[in-house]
Design a binder for this molecule. Structure first.
Ligand code: NAD
Length: 357
């Protein structure tokens, strides 16, 4: 029986980049005899336009039935004025939450061919290989109560709730320690335990979890220092584990160290290994429809999908090597192109990766 893959192309550049990843997966299917059953679904602005709901019931159902999801990106200025419950990003949060995709893996790897694209000096970033493990379904983005209320003096007050329970911290901790066991066996847990009670508990539970992994070295860092260390000495990190909001911010900073956000894949996993795989970047409305978006983050997300949800390590490695070969050959989309490179469009890049396989 084929592996059930749900494709959510999303908005703006979403369809352009997902089409290239599908091209690469079809080639993988031939070369490695992996049978995919691909179904498409609607999410984000495209789903709102068609159904009035950014995450329709049908998409949730397909999400439950499939083995893994490959997604583009959602959002765009034409939906920005909508009420929060109709916004594309709300649809994505609903999908992540409904499928209990609590663990977000965001590798920040600097390809040696792109060292000049980083905003930091080559000696600071060359060889960079960090894995950020971000809790994705808890913390302040989901905590209740939340809202905007009118105070007695007539002034408006916006409020959110930051909370984590033990089981939420433990499961993300295990994901991070398991990942570290396959890498350099170092975990840095990032929190704000000097100020926030939720962070104090976070630190306590992460320490308890660490006792199951005696080979892994655990350290703790406050989030403000972590932001500073990421730009000062990023190679000191192996695996970074942190909560939802801190992870959101730090993983974007880590992304920039690699030169282009168009290169970075991500996986969001639930406890059964089902995952939603998507590039780290957004829907890039400024370049949508021009055929110039970099599809590599989405293609590398397909490699993560093969590895984490389907256990197809050989095929995953083949995609990552093919991307490296294409970069070696000097091919670049405009976001990573510098002098001496061969400038290609989105579709040429997908063709080149498929051919390099
Ligand atoms: P963005 O990541 O879409 O774009 C930031 C900059 O990076 C832009 O200049 C864009 O052109 C460039 N860029 C991004 N991806 C690229 C690619 N593959 N190739 C070349 N250049 C690329 O971030 P933004 O502008 O803040 O957000 C745009 C929309 O995306 C918003 O509606 C936002 O809410 C949404 N968004 C969605 C997700 C998601 O779907 N998971 C994540 C972040 C932002």
């Amino acid at each position: 029986m084929g592996k059930k893959l749900l494709i959510l192309k999303g908005d703006c550049i979403g369809p352009e980049i997902v089409n290239e990843a599908i091209k690469v997966l079809r080639k993988i299917s031939q070369l490695y005899s992996i049978d995919f059953e691909m179904t498409e679904g609607l999410l984000g602005g495209a789903a709102y336009d068609e159904t009035g709901d950014p995450c329709p019931e049908e998409t949730l159902e397909k999400g439950h039935q499939c083995d893994a999801i490959l997604m583009g990106s959602v959002g765009g200025p034409i939906w920005d004025g909508l009420d929060r419950r109709f916004r594309p990003e709300t649809g994505l949060l609903k999908l992540r939450s409904d499928l209990e995709l609590f663990g977000n893996l965001r590798p920040a790897i600097l390809y040696p061919q792109l060292v000049a694209a980083s905003s930091l000096k080559p000696e600071i970033v060359s060889g960079l290989n960090i894995l950020i493990v971000r809790e994705l379904t808890g913390g302040i983005y989901f905590g209740e109560p939340r809202g905007i209320r009118i105070l007695e003096n007539g002034e408006k007050e916006g409020f959110n709730t930051y909370k984590y329970c033990e089981s939420e911290i433990r499961r993300i901790g295990h994901l991070a320690f398991d990942a570290a066991m396959l890498r350099d066996k170092r975990v840095c847990s990032v929190d704000k335990a000097n100020v926030l009670e939720a962070s104090m508990l976070w630190r306590e539970i992460i320490e308890e979890t660490a006792s199951d992994y005696p080979e892994v070295t655990l350290s703790h860092m406050y989030v403000d220092n972590a932001a500073m260390q990421l730009v000062k000495e990023p190679k000191q990190f192996d695996v970074v584990v942190t909560g939802n909001m801190f992870g959101d911010i730090l993983s974007d900073a880590a992304a920039m160290l690699t030169g282009s956000i168009g290169m970075l894949p991500s996986a969001s996993l639930n406890k059964n290994g089902k995952g939603l795989y998507e590039p780290c970047h957004g829907s890039a409305p400024d370049i949508a429809g021009q055929g110039i978006a970099n599809p590599l983050a989405t293609i590398l997300s397909a490699a993560m999908l093969l590895r984490h949800s389907f256990g197809e390590n050989e095929a995953a490695n083949a995609i990552e090597n093919a991307v490296s070969d294409v970069l070696d050959a000097g091919l670049r989309t405009p976001d990573i192109c510098s002098q001496g490179n061969i400038r290609v469009n989105t579709s040429d890049m997908g063709d080149a990766v498929a051919a390099a396989l």
